[in-house]
Design a protein around this ligand. Structure first.
Ligand SMILES: C[S@@+](CC[C@H](N)C(=O)[O-])C[C@H]1O[C@@H](n2cnc3c(N)ncnc32)[C@H](O)[C@@H]1O
Length: 224
């Protein structure tokens, strides 16, 4: 997948997720973020890879002090248009998660509904650590590897194959980049190696325990 194109005006991202982006889902996500990160009105918060800023805008409406960061001109323009229309003051940074350059230190950062496996995970966590206050929290929400494996077993006709040697999901036909999937102990190690202590792991936005059927893999780390 050409990620930049996918999130551009020519890409299919917004169209493909149209049904998922409901007010009901947004409300659930936002309640979860407030609860899981114990968000306070005095916290400085960053929505990392915010997209068209569903959560940034909803949290700002609820009175939180939040910025957004993304590399997509197209999605950031949408976010800025909505914020202007709603008369909300929000700072949006157009940056790549691999080369974050922000002087602000945040209390809480989240990377929600993410494709963490497309990133250089260590580099991104290291960058997050640099802009997070000591004892600040970082929430990572990504796909659950175990659920993916079950899906591939049930759907051998799927165009994707998973390679257990390097934990990459790839298109059977193409020689593309592939997506790295992580087990939870692997993510815990990655967090630890980049200065975080993992304090919670969940399998969904209702804070249920992670298991092989969980819809999501959600890890919260505290900056040591
Ligand atoms: C699946 S969307 C999720 C957006 C948002 N968090 C949400 O829940 O609506 C992934 C987002 O990551 C952004 N993204 C992907 N790679 C990025 C990178 N290297 N640097 C910054 N943003 C990136 C995309 O532009 C897109 O907005």
């Amino acid at each position: 997948m050409d990620t930049k194109k996918y999130y551009s005006a020519k890409g299919k991202y917004l169209k493909e997720h149209k049904n998922y982006f409901s007010d009901q889902q947004l409300s659930k996500d936002t309640d979860f973020l407030i609860n899981a990160l114990n968000l306070k009105k005095k916290d400085k918060i960053l929505d990392l890879a915010c997209g068209h800023a569903r959560h940034t805008i909803e949290l700002r409406k609820r009175g939180f002090d939040i910025d957004g960061l993304d590399f997509s001109d197209y999605l950031l323009k949408k976010a800025e248009d909505i914020a202007r229309r709603e008369r909300l003051q929000i700072n949006f940074f157009k940056q790549d998660v691999h080369s974050i350059d922000i002087k602000i230190k945040y209390d809480k950062i989240f990377l929600f509904f993410s494709e963490f496996g497309l990133f250089n995970g260590g580099k991104v966590l290291n960058n997050v650590s640099k802009i997070l206050k000591t004892n600040g929290l970082f929430l990572l929400d990504c796909d659950n590897l175990f659920r993916l494996i079950q899906y591939l077993i049930k759907h051998p006709e799927s165009p994707y194959k998973f390679n257990f040697n390097n934990m990459m999901l790839k298109d059977k036909q193409k020689n593309g980049q592939g997506v790295r999937y992580y087990t939870d102990p692997e993510l815990e190690n990655l967090f630890k190696n980049n200065g975080f202590k993992v304090i919670s792991i969940y399998g969904d936005y209702a804070k249920n325990t992670l298991d092989i059927n969980s819809k999501r893999m959600i890890v919260i780390g505290k900056k040591a």
